[in-house]
Design a binder for this molecule. Structure first.
Ligand SMILES: [Zn+2]
Length: 154
C-alpha cells in the first residue's frame, strides 16, 4: 500500500492522509482580509473532504495525468484546487471591470433569507452564474438567478 504524504509547513515533517480527520477537527476559518466587515467569502479545495474520491493519492494521480495539458490542468486547478486560473498575457484592468458593475437591489431578496450563495463561471467572452438563497434552513427553498454578460474589454 502506498502512503501519500505532504510536508508540514512548520516543521517539514510528513503529514499523511490518516492525519486528515484530526486536522479537520482542529481546523478553523481564518480571515485573510479582516478589514472587510459585514460579509465573508470562503474557499475549500478538494484536498480537505474525507471522501474516497478526494484522497490525496487519487488527486495526486489525477494531477500527474493532467499536468502537461494546459486545458486539463486548468480544470484541475479550478475544480480540485478551487483556485482561479491565470494565463500569461491576460491581464484584467480591475478599475475598468469595476466601472462595468451593475446594481443588485436587496429588494429582490425575500426578507427571511438566511444564506445567499453565488457561483460564477468566467469565460473569455461571457460570465455565467447563479445566485442561490435559502429563505428557511429547514425548507431548503432555493431561488436561482442566472445572468450573462460579455467580459470582453473594449
Ligand atoms: Zn509540523
Amino acid at each position: 500500500m502506498r502512503v501519500f504524504e505532504v510536508p508540514c509547513p512548520d516543521c517539514s515533517g510528513a503529514i499523511e492522509e490518516r492525519h486528515k480527520p484530526g486536522m479537520i477537527e482542529m481546523g478553523r476559518w481564518c480571515p485573510t482580509r479582516p478589514k472587510i466587515k459585514g460579509h465573508a467569502g470562503f474557499r475549500l479545495n478538494a484536498l480537505v473532504p474525507q471522501l474516497a474520491n478526494a484522497s490525496w493519492g487519487k488527486l495526486a494521480i489525477e494531477f500527474v495525468a493532467v499536468k502537461d495539458d494546459p486545458s486539463l490542468l486548468q480544470t484541475f486547478v479550478n475544480t480540485i484546487l478551487g483556485q482561479g486560473w491565470r494565463e500569461e498575457g491576460e491581464e484584467l484592468d480591475d478599475a475598468e471591470l469595476a466601472n462595468r458593475r451593475e446594481g443588485f437591489s436587496l429588494d429582490l431578496v425575500p426578507a427571511d433569507v438566511l444564506v445567499m450563495t453565488a457561483g460564477v463561471d468566467v469565460q473569455r467572452d461571457k460570465v455565467g452564474g447563479e445566485i442561490l438563497w435559502e429563505s428557511h434552513l429547514l425548507k431548503f427553498t432555493t431561488f436561482h438567478r442566472k445572468f450573462k454578460h460579455c467580459t470582453a474589454i473594449h
